[in-house]
Design a protein around this ligand. Structure first.
Ligand SMILES: Cc1ncc(COP(=O)(O)O)c(C=O)c1O
Length: 384
């Protein structure tokens, strides 16, 4: 048997990791400015996270959702407090796609409608409804084309209202900040119109905070920069710091009923212990403050790199644009600079999604390595 070959791989084999560093099987240390696709939030192998998970698995790791699980109650309380989303109810699942799948299903149950409005360059996951609202035909099988979806340009209020006016939309789904699509985002004016128009025409507003949530933008959820209240918020990635967990926050104006949503693994004891540990560390180590401070430092220092044409994003969800495709630069940063960065569907954009505990010294190290790698690419020499 072999692995089903769907991932092109970099030739690096991590065997351990700590905070923002990853160590490979040859003893090389890499600076992790990608957090394994924006997943590592409080840092790799955080001591209290390791202890929380180890202690929990020693007691009980899993039982089904048909028994009481006080960890879920603790999670509701702590998450409500830190996110300031007390007027929502929590449904737990296992991944980002699953969170959006449930969000879209909820919207359809609630409104009795099935059309979904999404945005150009969106990415919402690979399950059936989630991939249908993802703006990438290449990852849709014929099976996924049964959904009714309309894609609109971001920030186009006129197009949005003319679509909502038809009165057949169950929901509008939008990323707080686009991730895979290349860090574009709606303006505050657009998000406010979106909220008002959804209310006016009876469609639910789903905020996909799977990548931009859990403190990555400098606020708990990135939509909180715009002063709006979505009907449903989807989350995953940084939520578990690597433990596979996702969830949706559902406005308490939406009624639940038994059997409406369900899952075997979602909300299990280990997943709850992971998320509770993430929330505690975020709070105790003021990680959202660190995100804002590091963002400022990054923006100050990246100005020194003349090849960078612009910087997109918020907090520690950042993209730097170049006037050349960045695939080779990413490779050189990994192999020569020993730094992980990310790409996106915009080939000119280098994505930076470090753990939220990254330090100013680590950003300085990146800037110097970036300058060296860029210089060596210009002169076509071996780097460093
Ligand atoms: C904004 C957004 N939504 C949904 C997903 C899907 O999450 P998952 O890969 O956990 O299914 C992703 C993953 O990259 C994402 O960035």
């Amino acid at each position: 048997m072999e692995l089903f070959d769907v991932y092109p791989l970099y030739d690096v084999t991590p065997v351990s990791a700590e905070a923002c560093e990853v160590i490979d099987d040859k003893g090389n240390t890499f600076l992790d400015l990608y957090g394994g696709h924006g997943v590592i939030s409080i840092g790799h192998s955080h001591e209290s996270y390791v202890k929380a998970l180890s202690d929990q698995i020693g007691k009980i790791g899993f039982y089904s959702n048909s028994i009481k699980n006080p960890l879920q109650e603790d999670l509701v309380e702590k998450l409500g407090e830190l996110s300031q989303c007390q007027n929502y109810n929590l449904f737990l699942c296992n991944s980002g796609a699953e969170a959006n799948e449930n969000a879209l299903k909820m919207a359809s149950f609630h409104t009795g409608k099935k059309k979904i409005i999404a945005f150009e360059k969106s990415f919402h996951g690979r399950t059936s409804a989630a991939v249908a609202v993802t703006d990438n035909e290449k990852i849709k099988a014929p099976l996924n084309t049964q959904h009714e979806t309309v894609f609109l340009p971001l920030n186009d209020v006129v197009a949005l209202e003319s679509e909502l006016k038809k009165d057949d939309a169950a929901a509008v789904i939008i990323e707080g900040i686009q991730g895979v699509g290349g860090l574009s985002q709606g303006s505050t004016a657009f998000f406010r119109s979106l909220e008002a128009l959804c209310k006016k025409y009876g469609a639910l507003l789903i905020l996909d905070e799977i990548q931009s949530g859990f403190g990555r933008s400098g606020k708990f959820f990135s939509f909180q920069y715009h002063g709006i209240q979505p009907d449903i918020i989807s989350m995953a990635k940084g939520m578990g710091n690597g433990f596979p967990v996702g969830g949706i926050l559902i406005s308490d104006e939406i009624q639940a009923s038994y059997g409406m949503l369900g899952t075997t693994f979602g909300g299990n004891h280990l997943a709850c212990a992971a998320v509770l540990s993430v929330l505690r560390v975020m709070d105790q180590e003021s990680l959202m403050e660190n995100v804002k401070m590091i963002n400022k430092h990054f923006l100050d220092r990246i100005r020194e790199v003349e090849q960078v044409k612009s910087v997109k994003g918020k907090g520690l969800m950042l993209g730097t644009s170049f006037d050349f495709k960045v695939a080779e630069l990413r490779k050189r940063l990994i192999y020569d600079g020993k730094i992980f960065t990310g790409g996106s569907s915009d080939p000119y954009l280098l994505r930076i999604l470090p753990p939220l505990c990254v330090t100013t010294q680590q950003i300085d190290h990146f800037i110097e390595a970036l300058k060296r790698v860029l210089k060596s690419m210009e002169t076509n020499q071996e780097t460093i």
